[in-house]
Design a protein around this ligand. Structure first.
Ligand code: UDP
Length: 310
């Protein structure tokens, strides 16, 4: 039953798509974002809707909101490796203190809580594909540690509030996703390659490009999140597209779809870059009846068209 939803990180890539979807489903939405990596333009259109409210605030700091709240969806965090290496302390704080604050808000309002977690909790995985039962292989002190460990702590906080306070909580482990509204300077593979291909600039492939990822189109991803929100399922659920490609294949596919003359330029592989990643979505299929509908190629075509416009 739609009511009042608070979406932290609501001006980000996924957050803004989520706000839009919740409004469409009949929710009243309060979007909270400090705009460190989110962009006010992502939600500019939503501001005409009387049921939408934007609040610029850093959720790592205490937040009090008046009135009733039915659910808190905690999506705030830098999420691109380039961003969390640029904002390591913000990243640690929003995953730990920010999660604690938002769980406290949910508890005070007798609201539900949904945590946006990540495939990064699996680190550089030694089990492939990754099921939710895998505990991961994370380097706590590497450059990715600030994100990986903050999200692992966020999951621990969430389960502790569930067990200690009986809070209705859900955890979605989000795998690589892409779509319109990703920042041009976001630093992740898909937006980098699209921007480079459209400019006929070299596509910067890190390492030899043999590392793999599995990319999920944003509409599929949001559908999975909404389905999870409508359950009482407290254990983590992977949401991602199991269609796995090497990064070199991704670069070449994007180049072809853009009709570009770009060369491939190999660059050093960043520290602790996971060698392989693919979600096992057996649980999402069973619990949510969910699986992705949009192929990588189809999703890329839509995304490229939106990037051309910019
Ligand atoms: N990558 C790349 N070129 C780029 C950006 C990223 O080869 O311009 C690689 C990166 O090293 C990683 C993969 O693409 O192996 C996915 O990186 P991304 O930043 O999208 O997110 P990650 O999955 O590593 O969190």
């Amino acid at each position: 039953m739609p009511g009042h939803a608070v979406v932290t990180g609501g001006a980000g890539f996924l957050g803004s798509h989520l706000c839009e979807r919740l409004l469409k489903d009949g929710w009243q939405v309060t979007c909270v974002d400090n705009l460190v990596t989110g962009q006010a333009t992502n939600v500019a259109r939503l501001r005409d809707d009387g049921r939408f409210r934007f609040l610029q605030h850093n959720v790592s700091e205490h937040l009090e909101l008046e009135g009733t709240i039915d659910t808190v969806l905690h999506f705030a965090s830098p999420a691109s490796p380039v961003d969390y290496e640029r904002h390591p302390i913000h990243t640690l704080k929003v995953g730990t203190l920010g999660t604690h604050n938002m769980l406290g808000l949910a508890r005070a309002k007798k609201a539900g809580f949904l945590l946006a977690s990540t495939s990064e909790v699996y680190g550089d995985p030694l089990v492939h594909p990754q099921p939710e039962t895998y505990w991961g292989n994370v380097n706590p002190i590497g450059p990715r540690g600030v994100y990986d460990e903050a999200k692992r702590a966020a999951e621990a906080f969430t389960m502790a509030y569930h067990r200690a306070h009986g809070l209705k909580t859900r955890i979605v482990r989000i795998f690589n996703s892409f779509g319109p509204r990703m920042r041009l300077n976001d630093g992740r593979a898909a937006p980098n390659f699209i921007k480079q291909a459209l400019g006929n600039e070299p596509l910067t492939v890190y390492g030899d490009g043999s590392q793999t990822r599995s990319l999920c189109y944003v509409d599929d991803l949001i559908e999975g999140v909404v389905r999870l929100l409508n359950t009482d399922y407290a254990e983590p659920v992977n949401i991602g597209n199991p269609e796995e490609v090497t990064i070199l294949q991704l670069a070449e596919l994007i180049r072809d779809l853009c009709g570009s003359r770009s060369q491939i330029a190999f660059r050093p592989l960043p520290t602790d870059d996971p060698k392989q990643r693919r979600p096992d979505i057996t649980r999402a299929r069973k619990v949510l009846g969910w699986e992705p509908k949009v192929s990588l190629e189809e999703g890329l075509k839509t995304t490229i068209a939106s990037f051309r416009g910019r």
